[in-house]
Write a protein that binds this ligand. Structure first.
Ligand code: AAO
Length: 512
């Protein structure tokens, strides 16, 4: 009985760290600002067949329409109601996306903005994505409904009503983040409205949630909301399965609030990961790849089973949030592919791949003044479709990093080596490193300014393997480089500094 209780409790607790993905899948992709119709098609034509386990979607609920600047991406972080109605699509399109993605084993993770509503200076009107009215002066959001009783105005002690000092945990949670009207999450009524919203999504079939601005919510308030969530839809998930939870908490150290306060609710974003990996790959601050030998907890990161990791996210790829200029993005494609390649090869954390749209950066005094630019859109403000070119890249200014051969193939690498520990680590004293994952896969990087010509122990069974960075296995041949592993497990690697991608990876599913 004691054992039974222990199992039940462990089962309940462990679920929110578990992404609920299909067996053998290990990564999700953030399809930032994509339309639901495009995501549904992408699940069927690309993500399912190419090893992706899920999609983080942009906030699906109604938001205010910001016109100055003109339709920035960030308007979606200013809710007006919980109706499923945004530039990405309406409720029927949302349901169609969830059903079609789930049916091909690619699950949906919803970016949930539950800490706040829109900015206090928005005024009043019906300029929202579904026409719901709002009045920020009186704190009225009839579409929910919320009234002035449902906000933290009385709890916040700063003069401006905004967060003024991140060293004070109470104001970070009870005051307004950049003017956004802060919901009173300790109220039963507010918790109920948020739980209804999330349970509606669970009923439709989503697999989990990113909790936006979690640092700005008390961990206990989040817990109280999570306790009200029902089990996942048994049409696609085992009975008793709970929604996967990952909380956005920026903790680079040195503030009043730490990420560990949120471990009891689910996983937490590890922002140190992308900031530090960027420094290493760029060789800034004296960093070098050889130091990656104890990457993970050894670098002061949170425990691996609590971490959600990424090279860049929708904020720090454009200078919002945290991380600074070290963050690697598609703008630095060669370095970016190495960074994402390393992330997907290394066992630490649960991995999220970023998929962006292109915009023209314009740095003024070190700040990109175009950081607000919204998704590719038509003159009426509607978001442009994701078109697919003959070479499988995307059109209409969608970058589709997740379709880059090197990145997609490393998602498949991660699936192939899932559960295997780092093995056969090798490094020179600089930026040439190599490591395996058990006897399932092996990766080699040359980020030095000299050619790499080495014979290394891979730990892989003897045979001929296709390099999945310069090409891949197609039928019975390799489309590019091939590597032969000798009977003792060793192999010869040659990576010139001038290589288009100065790294190389092989795994058991790409063996001839
Ligand atoms: C927009 C306008 C505002 C306006 C507001 C209301 O830009 O001027 O007042 O509307 O009208 C996004 C945009 C915002 C936008 C908002 C609403 O980024 O610009 O405001 O939508 O439309 C903090 C939060 C974190 C948040 C991040 C952006 O803690 O939760 O700011 N991220 C999420 C979303 C994000 C979204 C929201 C939350 C809001 O991912 O897209 O905002 O829903 C420190 C703190 C961090 C803090 C940063 C930035 O970080 O630690 O907690 O993040 O500051 O304020 C070093 C430090 C690092 C520090 C960093 C920056 O790296 O080590 O700790 O510097 O100083």
């Amino acid at each position: 009985m004691k054992l039974f209780l222990l199992l039940v409790v462990a089962g309940l607790c462990s679920a929110q760290y578990n992404p609920n993905m299909m067996d053998g899948k290990t990564s999700i992709v953030h399809l930032f600002e994509w339309r639901w119709a495009d995501i549904a098609a992408e699940c069927e034509r690309y993500l399912g067949p190419n090893g992706y386990g899920g999609v983080q979607i942009s906030p699906p609920n109604e938001n205010i329409v910001v016109t100055n600047p003109n339709r920035p991406w960030y308007e979606r972080y200013q809710p007006v109601s919980y109706k499923l109605c945004t530039r990405s699509g309406n409720e029927q399109q949302f349901r169609d996306m969830v059903t079609r993605c789930n049916n091909v084993g690619v699950f949906i993770y919803v970016d949930s903005v539950i800490n706040h509503m829109c900015g206090s200076s928005a005024g009043s009107g019906t300029r929202s994505t579904c026409g719901s009215s709002y009045s920020t002066g009186t704190r009225d959001f009839p579409g929910v409904p919320y009234s002035k009783l449902d906000f933290n105005d009385n709890k916040c002690t700063t003069r401006s009503g905004d967060i003024e000092n991140y060293a004070d945990a109470s104001q970070v949670r009870d005051c307004r983040l950049v003017d956004l009207l802060d919901l009173a999450l300790e109220k039963d009524y507010v918790r109920g409205k948020i739980a209804d919203f999330m349970n509606n999504l669970i009923g439709i079939g989503v697999a989990g949630f990113r909790l936006d601005a979690s640092k700005h919510m008390w961990p206990g308030d989040i817990k109280a909301i999570l306790n009200r969530l029902g089990d996942l839809n048994t049409k696609w998930f085992p009975s008793g399965a709970k929604a996967f939870i990952f909380q956005e908490v920026i903790d680079l150290g040195g503030e009043a609030i730490s990420a560990s306060e949120y471990f009891g609710n689910g996983r937490v974003t590890e922002f140190k990961y992308g900031a530090m990996l960027g420094n290493v790959i760029r060789k800034w601050n004296g960093e070098k790849m050889a130091y990656l030998k104890n990457w993970g907890e050894g670098w002061g990161f949170m425990p691996t089973d609590k971490a959600l990791v990424f090279v860049d996210n929708h904020d720090n790829q454009r200078g919002h949030g945290a991380g600074g200029s070290s963050i690697l993005t598609f703008f630095d494609a060669r370095l970016y592919k190495m960074g994402v390649g390393f992330m997907l090869a290394h066992p630490y954390g649960f991995t999220r791949v970023m998929s962006s749209y292109r915009w023209t950066r314009n740095f003024v005094d070190g700040k990109d003044v175009n950081d607000w630019i919204g998704p590719p859109s038509n003159s009426d403000g509607s978001t442009k479709a994701v078109t697919i070119n003959a070479d499988s890249t995307c059109g209409n200014d969608w970058v589709c990093e997740h379709r880059w051969r090197e990145i997609m193939n490393m998602v498949l690498f991660r699936n192939a080596v899932d559960g295997e520990a780092v093995a056969n680590w090798w490094n020179n004293t600089g930026n040439q490193i190599a490591f395996g994952r058990g006897s399932k896969g092996f990766i080699v990087f040359n980020n030095d300014n000299s050619n790499m010509d080495v014979t290394l122990m891979t730990g892989l069974p003897a045979g001929t393997y296709c390099d999945v960075i310069s090409g891949q296995k197609e039928g019975t041949r390799c489309t590019s480089k091939q590597i032969s592993v000798a009977s003792d497990g060793s192999a010869h690697f040659l990576i010139p500094t001038t290589a288009e991608d100065p790294f190389l990876a092989i795994h058991v599913n790409a063996k001839l």
